[in-house]
Design a protein around this ligand. Structure first.
Ligand code: NAD
Ligand code: ZN
Length: 338
């Protein structure tokens, strides 16, 4: 069911014993928020819903079980997609918290960061290093963590090539920068000149325009110096077609990592080629608390600089419209006070 945005005053939530109350200053706008609005995923969300899951702010109140030492009042924190998890199931114990059956999802199953005051489980809020700009860091809290984890899952090693599909968008821009910071070489794939310029400025060595290319598979392979194709592919686009193409241009023994979540889409790959070229196809879903810490560490060392545009929360509808049309380059961030 497709929903509409409404603005209204709601009470400041009271943190449960294991939660903190966060004064959200900025929140990134992720395509996932648009999926929630459009209701196009096979996953139910709460209603009415406060969206948003890239919230950067400061701790302003503690639940009774949270100590000042653990999360001092005024300390900078992030409210991310994984708002909480049970911490005791087999997945949580293994550090696979995103797979927890009781996971709480910000801006989806619990109210998120498109408001000034949000609650989040103390164990899961991201500790933002001191001195980091809250506006700039907001998109790391979903996009950054997700692509960093995806790059780790790809198994690509320094000096190897990775194709970033959807490189001009929010996750894609982050992915180009994380890949570079991890010593990888990047072929960017997206549509239009502006996204090509942006991807190259962020560090991509090659750019293939999916709208212009008459032989996308060949063009991606030729973008790697030996013509054998990239060692890994990160699929971040919100279209099904690139999910069908990736196994054709990935290098033999390469890995295709699926991250984007186009509605009603299926993966399709020829069994013969997948077997005889020893191709791996896998999914990657956000990241755990350790991935969060590492992704923020890259950012705080100045290695990740992604173009952001900040607008008031009151302009969220316009951002969704541009996103729907594929016109967002980099990430929009909303200022929750405007
Ligand atoms: P975005 O709209 O900012 O970016 C998507 C990009 O894909 C755009 O630049 C668009 O031009 C490009 N694109 C469209 N068709 C393409 C094609 N055929 N080939 C190459 N590029 C193409 O979206 P975003 O915020 O970066 O999110 C991307 C997707 O990732 C969404 O589906 C979102 O829900 C999903 N997501 C998944 C996770 C996860 O944990 N797996 C986490 C966050 C977001
Ligand atoms: Zn997201």
């Amino acid at each position: 069911m497709s929903l509409a945005i409404t603005y209204k005053k709601i009470p400041v939530p009271t943190p449960l014993p294991d939660e903190v109350l966060v004064h959200i200053r900025y929140s990134g706008v992720c395509h996932t928020d648009l999926h929630a609005m459009n209701g196009d995923w096979p996953l139910a969300h709460k209603l009415p819903l406060v969206g948003g899951h890239e919230g950067a702010g400061v701790v302003v109140a503690h639940g009774s079980l949270v100590s000042q030492e653990e999360l001092p009042l005024g300390s900078p924190v992030g409210v991310k997609w994984l708002n909480g998890s049970c911490l005791s199931c087999a997945f949580c114990q293994a550090g696979d918290e995103p797979l927890c059956g009781k996971a709480l999802l910000s801006g989806y199953t619990v109210d998120g960061s498109f408001q000034e005051y949000a609650v989040a489980k103390a164990a899961h809020v991201a500790k933002i290093p001191d001195g980091v700009d809250l506006e700039e860091v907001a998109p790391v809290l979903c996009a950054g963590i997700t692509v960093y984890k995806g790059l780790k899952e790809s198994g690509a090693r320094p000096g190897e090539w990775v194709a970033i599909v959807g490189a001009g968008g929010g996750l894609g821009s982050m992915a180009v920068q994380y890949a570079r910071a991890m010593g990888l070489r990047v072929v960017a794939i997206d549509g239009g000149e502006e996204k090509g310029v942006s991807s190259r400025a962020l560090g991509a060595e090659g750019y293939v325009d999916f709208r212009m290319s008459e032989d996308l598979v060949g063009d991606v392979k030729r973008a790697t110096p030996d013509g054998l194709g990239p060692h890994a592919v990160l699929l971040l686009a919100v279209q099904e077609k690139p999910f069908q193409q990736a196994t054709e241009y990935v290098r033999s023994r390469g890995t295709v990592v699926c991250i984007g979540l186009p509605a009603n889409a299926y993966l399709r790959a020829p069994v013969f080629d997948t077997v005889v070229r020893m191709i791996s196809i896998k999914g990657s879903y956000v990241g755990n608390r350790q991935d969060t810490r590492e992704a923020l560490d890259f950012f705080s060392r100045g290695l990740i600089k992604v173009p952001i545009k900040t607008v008031g929360l009151s302009q969220l509808g316009e951002v969704y419209k541009m996103m729907e049309e594929g016109k967002v380059v980099g990430r929009y961030v909303v200022d929750t006070s405007k």
